[in-house]
Design a protein around this ligand. Structure first.
Ligand SMILES: Cc1ncc(COP(=O)(O)O)c(C=O)c1O
Length: 382
């Protein structure tokens, strides 16, 4: 037996983690500025999160969605409060792709329409509709190809207005990341998100805010879309929601009504996942992590802009992408191999930082020191 090889792997086996540190099977410590791909929101193995899951495990781990589950109600209330989306409704699932799949399906049910506007370089996941709305033909299987998705350039207000005018009563939804992650950290402008809101209102379409990567406090607001001062109709969430425990969900505006059987899931909203998600929100509130993401992110972005060899810096809060000058293309590799720092990447040459929102200032400085040393080292050999 062997694994189905779909990932190029680092030859490192991580066997232990705490906060923003991880250790391999030989005891080597690493600084985690990647957060397991934006998943670790409150820090690895946070004690409150561990206790809450453990307590839940002893009470009940699973029952089907055919009975009342008070812990789901608690999570919905906690989400209403922390996101400040007071009357929004919650549907729970297990991943980001599933959240977007359900959001798109719900928009189509709600409007009775088929066309979706998505954006160039977007990534929304790998299930059938989510992947069709993803601008990467290499991951769209022939069976997932559809004419129902229209790709427009990000931040082009005019192209958006024209598309709506030309397809007046056919557009079910617009799906947009507040900050495109997989693309390499590209922000949707406030003006653009406001234009999406306006066009969706004018033509009766649903505004879906893909907040799987940029949501959950990472950018200094609960949803990155909040920076634009507009509400979406549906927010999709996953990654940071469970701090590593698999859970996803959509927050749905009150004017969108549920019908029995419209959406469904076996595992979505199970008590264990809800306990993990509640622990995340409790820690975020107790430790002021959204504010921390804002402040630490501003410091990190400012420092990166003043780091020799760094060509461009993009992002907001603790969702950051930067590019190095041409002779420093191996920076990511050197950071990992020589300075024991995990970072993320986006093709072709963006380094992505998606650390826990609880990363400390000392750890940020440790990263910056490692980066400076990597630059000096690579400059010598260039
Ligand atoms: C913006 C965005 N949407 C959706 C997804 C898909 O999430 P998942 O891998 O949990 O299905 C991702 C994953 O990277 C993402 O970045």
């Amino acid at each position: 037996m062997s694994l189905f090889k779909v990932y190029p792997l680092n030859p490192i086996a991580i066997t232990k983690a705490a906060g923003s540190r991880v250790w391999d099977d030989k005891g080597q410590e690493y600084l985690d500025m990647y957060g397991g791909h934006a998943v670790i929101s409150i820090g690895h193995t946070h004690p409150h999160w561990v206790n809450r899951i453990e307590d839940q495990l002893h009470a009940i781990a699973f029952y089907s969605n055919s009975v009342v589950m008070p812990i789901q109600e608690q999570l919905a209330t906690a989400l209403n409060e922390i996101s400040e989306k007071k009357d929004f409704q919650l549907f729970l699932c297990n991943s980001g792709a599933e959240a977007n799949e359900n959001a798109l399906k719900l928009a189509s049910f709600h409007t009775g329409r088929k066309k979706i506007i998505a954006f160039k370089k977007s990534f929304h996941g790998r299930t059938s509709l989510a992947v069709a709305a993803t601008d990467n033909p290499s991951i769209i299987a022939p069976v997932n190809e559809t004419d129902n998705i229209i790709f427009l350039p990000l931040n082009d207000v005019e192209a958006l207005a024209t598309c709506f005018a030309e397809n007046a009563n056919e557009i079910a939804a617009v799906i947009v990341e507040g900050i495109q992650g997989v693309a390499g950290i590209y922000e949707a402008s406030d003006v653009f998100l406001q234009a999406i809101r306006k066009n969706c209102d004018q033509y009766g379409a649903v505004y879906i805010a893909d907040s799987v990567q940029c949501g959950y406090g990472r950018t200094g607001q609960f949803f990155a879309h909040d920076h634009a001062g507009v509400n979406a109709d549906i927010y999709s969430m996953a990654k940071g929601m469970g701090n590593g425990f698999p859970i996803g969900g959509i927050l749905i505006a009150p004017h969108i009504q549920a019908k029995f059987g419209m959406l469904g899931t076996t595992f979505g909203g199970n008590p264990l996942a809800c306990a993990a998600a509640l622990a995340v929100i409790e820690v975020m509130q107790k430790e002021n992590l959204i504010q921390a993401a804002d402040q630490k992110g501003a410091y990190l972005i400012g420092a990166l802009k003043n780091t020799p060899g760094v060509k461009t810096v993009r992002g907001r809060g603790l969702m950051i992408g930067f590019e190095m000058e041409a002779h420093l293309q191996d920076t990511k590799k050197v950071l990992l191999n020589d300075y024991k720092i995990f970072t993320g990447e986006a093709k072709p040459n963006v380094i992505r930082l998606l650390p826990s929102l609880a990363v400390s200032m000392e750890e940020i400085d440790l990263f910056l020191a490692g980066l400076n040393k990597a630059v000096q080292q690579l400059s010598k050999t260039a």
